[in-house]
Ligand binder design. Structure first.
Ligand code: NAD
Length: 528
């Protein structure tokens, strides 16, 4: 899962070329300094290109040089110019294909390091430190979009290079959302990595939110790792497990514990559990003191591939699923796929429903892999589970990056969820697990698509067969569908008398179709 090309970005003077050269030596891979490549192309120094041809011409040369460097085969480390990834389209594309590390430093460090250097954008600014601060502020959201950010102040080159290579070796996905960007790291031995991530965030205090099952099975390991890293939890909130407890009462319990323990705005809430826990932890963080940071350490397959990523947080209210909530992105997500080994078969299968959803929405190869390897998947072979997690998160991260707040494409992630949530509510949130309900919801949407002539019947059969092979329920007719349909009226994505049905045209080709609520029974073949 390691990506072939490592791009080193960050502000001018942060040490990209020096660190890149050293890291390449240590890793035994070629090194490209993009500014040198541009100078070779243009036959002139960077500063002269800026002055004589202007910034736009320089950026065009830079883009060409980067495209050329990325086109070479094999691994390589490429040091970028400070402005090379300012273009959002190019930045997002390289984030999907390469591994991007931002080197960071305090502006005072940068002012000292650039002293005496000829830098076009600093020019003859009278107050160099102030100009650096302005440029850094303007570019903070760009530099935040990376797989890792590595602090360089007061660190030796070798230590920085080693940290860069360590980050590169870890399967990581970036969720690029400007200043709200974060990385999703897949790692074995998550407690130690999670503790290190928590420490990097320099919180005033750490509050762990978990549930009784996770605490019993995995709590000691996390507690010990946090303590060893010097960020021991100031309070650990152990919630009652299960969807029926994903309620405001749980949020109040967590908030009370944190406020009583002296929480301030620099604290960090760490959600360690399944989707119920991460939803509650995230929402608690969103509301505590009007918003504090949180990190997710998901422990179920479902939370790894879906609930912990994307920043939707919240709880159920009455029979309305997720009716109270907030968009609040985590600062980090750390996944140790080994957690799935202690899940019940039912909970694990529930997560597989969201994997199938991701595959259907955006990764046909993942879909084929699931079809070919269902027995190995059900046996929870770790390397395979890691691949499922990585690929599913990649689908979700790409969609969330395009549409953080669900004004467009993100609605596709609701494939199977409208009817799924209704079935879940009809069963009092206990009869069906979330994933089981989503599986049945996907079957329902395939049926609607076929009835409308928009989904091929063979595709519907293929998705159903895969869900069944993975141990998920697909017999919609055995469900109290008519009774469940009245809960669709409670769905938050409902628009007036219509629902936004997510339908499938083909693998990787989903779309939203506004469908009158009144048409649903007929399309699903149930008595209204
Ligand atoms: N925020 C989002 O974007 C989003 C997306 C999808 C789902 N969700 C939410 O996620 C929730 C479902 O998540 P879930 O399926 O993880 O449910 P869950 O959190 O209830 O976990 C299922 C059960 O497994 C236990 N458990 C957790 N980790 C375990 C482990 N490693 N070993 C043994 N037992 C373990 C839990 O205690 C619980 O009993 C739903 O509330 C759903 O709405 C949220």
């Amino acid at each position: 899962m390691r990506r072939q090309k490592l791009l080193l970005g960050g502000f001018m003077g942060v040490g990209k070329s020096t660190v890149g050269r050293r890291a390449a030596e240590l890793a035994g891979v070629p090194f490209v300094d993009l500014d040198e490549a541009i100078e070779a192309r243009a036959g002139a120094p960077v500063a002269a290109i800026f002055v004589e041809r202007g910034e736009a011409a320089f950026r065009a040369l830079e883009a060409e040089a980067l495209t050329e460097a990325l086109a070479t085969s094999g691994a390589a480390i490429i040091a970028l110019g400070g402005g090379a990834l300012l273009d959002t389209g190019r930045r997002r594309a390289v984030l999907e294909e390469t591994f991007v590390v931002t080197l960071t430093a305090r502006h005072s460090t940068l002012a000292a390091r650039t002293e005496g250097m000829t830098r076009p954008l600093l020019g003859g600014a009278p107050d160099r430190a102030e100009r650096i601060r302005e440029l850094l502020d303007a570019r903070a959201a760009v530099y935040a979009e990376a797989h890792a950010q590595i602090v360089t102040d007061n660190r030796a080159i070798d230590a920085i290079a080693a940290a860069v290579l360590q980050a590169w070796s870890q399967p990581t996905l970036a969720v690029p959302l400007g200043a709200r960007s974060y990385a999703v790291r897949l790692t074995a031995g998550a407690p130690a990595v999670l503790a290190a991530v928590a420490r990097e965030l320099r919180p005033s205090a750490v509050f762990v939110v978990t549930d009784e099952n996770v605490q019993r099975l995995w709590g000691d390991g996390l507690g010990a790792a946090l303590a060893a890293a010097g960020v021991a939890a100031r309070a650990t909130v152990v919630l009652r497990p299960g969807e029926e407890h994903k309620r405001l009462a749980a949020v109040e319990t967590a908030l009370t514990a944190m406020v009583e323990a002296g929480a301030d705005r620099d604290c960090l809430v760490l959600g360690h559990g399944g989707g119920v826990v991460t939803d509650i932890a995230g929402f608690t963080a969103a509301t505590l003191l009007r918003g504090v940071r949180w990190a997710a350490a998901p422990t179920t397959l479902l939370a790894m591939v879906d609930a912990s990523v994307g920043g939707k947080t919240g709880v159920d209210l009455g029979l309305a699923k997720n009716a109270v909530g907030a968009f609040h992105q985590p600062s980090a997500v750390v996944i140790d796929a080994a957690h799935v080994t202690t899940e019940t078969p039912r909970a694990f299968a529930s997560g597989l429903a969201e994997v199938v959803k991701s595959a259907a929405l955006g990764d046909a190869a993942l879909f084929a892999l699931l079809e070919a390897e269902a027995p190995r998947v059900l046996a929870r072979e770790l390397s395979l589970v890691e691949e499922l997690v990585f690929r599913s998160v990649a689908v979700k991260a790409a969609i969330v990056a395009r549409d953080e707040r669900e004004s467009g494409d993100r609605a596709l992630l609701n494939f199977g969820h409208t009817i799924g949530h209704a079935l879940e509510a009809e069963g009092g949130f206990t009869r069906l697990s979330h994933g089981e309900a989503v599986a049945l919801g996907m079957v329902a949407m395939l049926r609607v698509g076929v009835a409308l002539g928009l989904t091929d019947a063979a595709l519907a059969r293929r998705v159903e067969a895969l869900l069944a092979a993975l141990g998920l329920p697909v017999d919609l007719d055995a469900q109290p569908l008519a009774a469940a349909l009245r809960f669709v009226a409670l769905d938050k994505k409902r628009r007036g008398a219509g629902v936004r049905a997510v339908l499938l045209r083909g693998l990787g080709s989903a779309f939203v179709r506004e469908t009158p609520l009144a048409d649903l029974p007929g399309l699903l073949g149930v008595e209204a």
